[in-house]
Design a protein around this ligand. Structure first.
Ligand code: G3H
Length: 228
């Protein structure tokens, strides 16, 4: 972890990853935006991107918008970890089953060699205690994102003060801290003052912010230079 905020770009294919060859993000994140906030890509696509990146940047991949039940989440984490990705990202979508699910996932996550990042959501019920649960479960980092991709951004939903508190709680716990959720290029200046470890982008990488469309290298370069 450093004081320099890094950037994460979500790509949906090997072609999109390759288009970023000249401006690789710090974390090349793999997800299927058309299948939800954390839509999962097929494992062979993830494997191919990891192979292509060959250590030039870190990689992460999401396991899908899954119900908070260990029978769905455990196999999805195990299979995604086998792709060789550096981080697996799992959404904490809340609900009555979440606490039990996290308890059951604890031995799985603690024994896995691949670090797992918990993704919480600014537009879902959020309790500060979730960070404590995440720590007990063995996650290596916490990210906040938006579950509903309806144009509302993280800063539309949470105040700078609330986000500052989130970053401080996560970083005080020595966890990797990421902020995402329909971030705009103009949000970078504000959000980097909070010193999260990274900012994550998909919508801002796509023309007209259409996150299911195709990523634009020009927009990626703009984001990269805004974070320099
Ligand atoms: O992990 C980062 C996300 O892919 C952000 O997606 P978004 O900018 O469309 O909310």
């Amino acid at each position: 972890m450093s004081n320099n905020t890094k950037w994460l770009a979500s790509v949906q294919s090997l072609e999109e990853a390759q288009s970023l060859n000249e401006c690789l993000p710090d974390i090349l994140d793999m997800k299927q935006p058309a299948q939800g906030a954390l839509g999962a890509l097929p494992l062979d696509v993830v494997k191919n991107v990891v192979k292509w990146a060959s250590g030039r940047c870190l990689t992460s991949a999401t396991v899908g918008d899954l119900p908070m039940q260990v029978q769905f989440i455990e196999p999805a984490i195990m299979k995604m970890a086998e792709t060789g990705v550096d981080y697996v990202k799992v959404g904490l979508f809340g609900g009555d089953e979440q606490a039990e699910c996290l308890q059951e996932l604890t031995p799985v996550i603690k024994q896995l060699n691949t670090p797992v990042i918990a993704v919480t959501f600014a537009d879902r019920h959020y309790e500060k205690d979730v960070i404590k649960q995440v720590l007990q479960t063995g996650f290596s980092g916490v990210m906040i994102d938006t579950a509903e991709k309806n144009g509302r951004s993280l800063l539309d939903l949470w105040s700078v003060d609330a986000l500052t508190d989130f970053v401080n709680v996560v970083k005080d716990a020595q966890q990797l801290c990421g902020l995402a959720g329909a971030l705009r290029i103009d949000d970078i200046a504000t959000l980097r003052t909070l010193q999260p470890d990274y900012l994550g982008f998909r919508s801002a990488l796509c023309p007209d912010r259409k996150r299911n469309g195709t990523l634009s290298v020009t927009l990626a370069k703009t984001i990269a230079s805004a974070l320099q």
